[in-house]
Ligand binder design. Structure first.
Ligand code: GDP
Ligand code: MG
Length: 296
C-alpha cells in the first residue's frame, strides 16, 4: 500500500533554510567617468527598495570615484533578507592610451571567483560560503545617439567572458524618445555584429514563460536609464527626478525612462537567474580552468 511519507514538505524545508540564510546579490557598474554610475547606484538604493537612510545632501560636493568600492544595504521584504552589494568602479577609457585600462575590473571579478574557489577547496570549509562573486555587470554606454565606441566593444566582449553583462544607455534624458529607440537598435545590431554574447543566455532548461521573459529583455536592452540624487516636487509629491530644458524627467515614470524596468529586471524577474547563471556558467568556467591547471 502506498502511504504518505511527507517528503513534499521539502520545499518548505528548503524555504526555511534559505530564509534563515538570506540572499546575497552583487552588482558591478562599469563605464567611462561622468556617465552617472555612482548616481545610479544611489538612485537604486534610494528608490523605494529602501527607505533612504544614507541619502546624500544636495549640497555635498561632487565626488569622484577613484577606487573600486562597494556600497552595501540589507533589504528585508516579507521576511526575506537580501544583501545587495553594488560595486562602484572608477571610470576608465578617459586616457589617451586606453590599452588594458579594463584589466583592474576583470581582475576584480576573477579575484572573487578565485576567493570562492579557495574557500570551496578548504578542507574544513564553512557550511555556507560568503558569496562575493559578481552576478551582474551594468555597462554604461555614452548617450551619443550614434554608435558604440571601439573601447565599448572591446570591454563588453572581455567582460562577457567572465560575468553577466547588461548594457545601459547612461543619462538617457539627453536623448529624445525617438533618438533612444534608434540608438538602441543600432547598439543591438553592433552587439550582434561583434558576436558579443550578453545575458540572458539560451538554455533548454527554461520553460515557455522564461523564454518569453528573456526575449522581452533582449528586445529592451540596453535599458535607457536616468539617475538622480534629488527629489523634485511633481504635483505635490516628492519624486526622484531631473530638471532639464524640456521639463522634469521623473526617474520612476516608465514613460520617461527605463529605470523601473531595470530595477524590476534586477530584483523582481532575474535575481535568481543572474545568481544561478553566475555559478553555473561563469564561475564553473573559471573553476574548471583552474582545476585543470592544478593537475598539469
Ligand atoms: P560617474 O563618474 O559615472 O560615477 O558619474 P556620476 O554619478 O559621478 O555623475 C556625473 C555627473 O552626471 C553628475 O553631475 C550627475 O549629476 C550627472 N548625472 C548622473 N546621472 C545623470 C542622468 O541620468 N542624466 C543627466 N543628465 N545627468 C546625470
Ligand atoms: Mg563614480
Amino acid at each position: 500500500a502506498t502511504s504518505y511519507v511527507g517528503f513534499d514538505s521539502i520545499t518548505q524545508q528548503i524555504e526555511h533554510k534559505l530564509l534563515k540564510r538570506g540572499f546575497q546579490f552583487n552588482v558591478i557598474v562599469v563605464g567611462q567617468t561622468g556617465l552617472g554610475k555612482s548616481t545610479l547606484i544611489n538612485t537604486i538604493f534610494a528608490s523605494h527598495l529602501i527607505d533612504s537612510k544614507g541619502r546624500r545632501e544636495a549640497s555635498e560636493p561632487v565626488r569622484q570615484t577613484t577606487e573600486i568600492q562597494t556600497v552595501s544595504h540589507v533589504i528585508t521584504e516579507n521576511g526575506v533578507r537580501l544583501r545587495l552589494n553594488i560595486v562602484d568602479t572608477p571610470g576608465y577609457g578617459d586616457q589617451v592610451n586606453n590599452e588594458n585600462c579594463w584589466d583592474p575590473i576583470i581582475k576584480y571579478i576573477k579575484d572573487q571567483h578565485s576567493a570562492y574557489l579557495r574557500k570551496e577547496l578548504t578542507a574544513m570549509r564553512d557550511r555556507y560560503i560568503q558569496d562575493t562573486r559578481i552576478h551582474c555587470c551594468l555597462y554604461f554606454i555614452n548617450p551619443t545617439g550614434h554608435s558604440l565606441r571601439p573601447i565599448d566593444v572591446i570591454v563588453m566582449k572581455k567582460l562577457s567572458e567572465v560575468v553577466n553583462v547588461v548594457p545601459v544607455i547612461a543619462k538617457a534624458d539627453s536623448l529624445t524618445l525617438e533618438e533612444r529607440e534608434s540608438f538602441k537598435q543600432k547598439i543591438r545590431g553592433e552587439l550582434f555584429h561583434h558576436s558579443i554574447r550578453l545575458y540572458p543566455f539560451d538554455t533548454d532548461e527554461y520553460d515557455e514563460e522564461e523564454v518569453q521573459l528573456n526575449e522581452s529583455i533582449r528586445n529592451m536592452i540596453p535599458f535607457a536609464v536616468v539617475g538622480s540624487e534629488r527629489e523634485v516636487n511633481v504635483g505635490g509629491k516628492a519624486v526622484r527626478a531631473r530638471k532639464n530644458r524640456w521639463g522634469v524627467v521623473n526617474v520612476e515614470d516608465e514613460t520617461h525612462c527605463e529605470f523601473v524596468s531595470l530595477r524590476n529586471f534586477l530584483t523582481r524577474t532575474h535575481l535568481q537567474d543572474l545568481i544561478e547563471t553566475t555559478a553555473q556558467i561563469h564561475y564553473e568556467a573559471f573553476r574548471s580552468k583552474q582545476l585543470l591547471a592544478l593537475k598539469e
